[in-house]
Design a protein around this ligand. Sequence first.
Ligand SMILES: *Cc1c(COP(=O)(O)O)cnc(C)c1O
Length: 370
Amino acid sequence: MTDPIDVSASRLVIDLDALTRNWQALAGMVRPAECAGVVKADAYGLGATRVAQSLAHAGCRRFFVANPDGAAALRTVLDDAARVYVLNGLIAATGDLAAHNLVPVLNDLGQVVRWADAARRLERRLGAVLHIDTGMARLGLPPAETARLAASPELLAPLDLHFVMSHLSCASEPEEAENHRQLKLFRHAMRSFPGASASLANSSGIFLGEAWHHDLVRPGYAVYGGNPTPSGANPMEPVIRLKARIIQVREVPAGTRVGYSGTYTTKRATRLATLPVGYADGYPRALGNLAHAFIGDRAVPVVGHISMDLMTLDIGGLPEARAHVGTWVDLIRGRTMLDDLAGRAGTIGYELLTSLGARYARQWLGGTCG
Ligand SMILES: *Cc1c(COP(=O)(O)O)cnc(C)c1O
């Protein structure tokens, strides 16, 4: 008899020490510019409060979230001097942001006016970031609004402008002329805000070169171990490991069809292992017959379609003693698998990463907090 396997044993292991080293490496690359930490989407699924505590301990003083709701929780684990910026802008009541010591990224002229009004009402200078759009057409002041603000600098007078930022649309494609065009537009816009600090680069932007660093960089993905230079080797340390235990093993003859629609047929007698992980757990369905997993140092192919809660591996190449019910299998690990699997699934590592955190028991290794 084998012990019952706890299906919830599948887990996402997060190495906070590796994550911290990644941030330190980026911070070292850009010095004397400052390095922030982007912890939106619950730190790309890895747990914003844990991640922020680790980064704060390493010296990170500025954090970016997308929305104000997650930001308030983050505030409780950071000291008052740490800055928490809300990328999606002044979308909450202004009083709530001010009360939680959150700094909005002001994305249009209306938000500038409202935040300045709030500062007058509260009779104190409120921190602010100004976001200039240089080529995303997503958030940030469009060129006409930037020009209007430049002509009326008194609009910013009640505010403490921490920096002016923009965001790159093609930073992971270093050959793209658009990177130079946005840099030029950003530099030009900065002339309208004399003395203001500037921030342009995300993870990949850091690797475009020093010209893109300005005063503050805003990496997210690279801190979490994703490859910021997709056309080359990954310079970052792996941070996550996704693992699950085999729940069933079967011996099958040649000619056995595996999974829905029988998209895989065994070519020889072999052994199949079933894992309690499927597309409902964030493992992309598109990876059926296209991915591999690891048992120890041995790669084993994922065969047949990925089901909602299950997937199948061909473990015929392994001695029986190495793969049985209860054996741990690594689905994502190392420097390349996150980006590689995402690419095979027709998506990007960012999407794969953020699809995991909410679905697995997360286990944090290292870090400074228990
Ligand atoms: C998400 C985001 C970042 C971080 O991007 P990465 O590619 O994960 O480094 C930086 N700046 C803005 C405005 C963002 O939305």
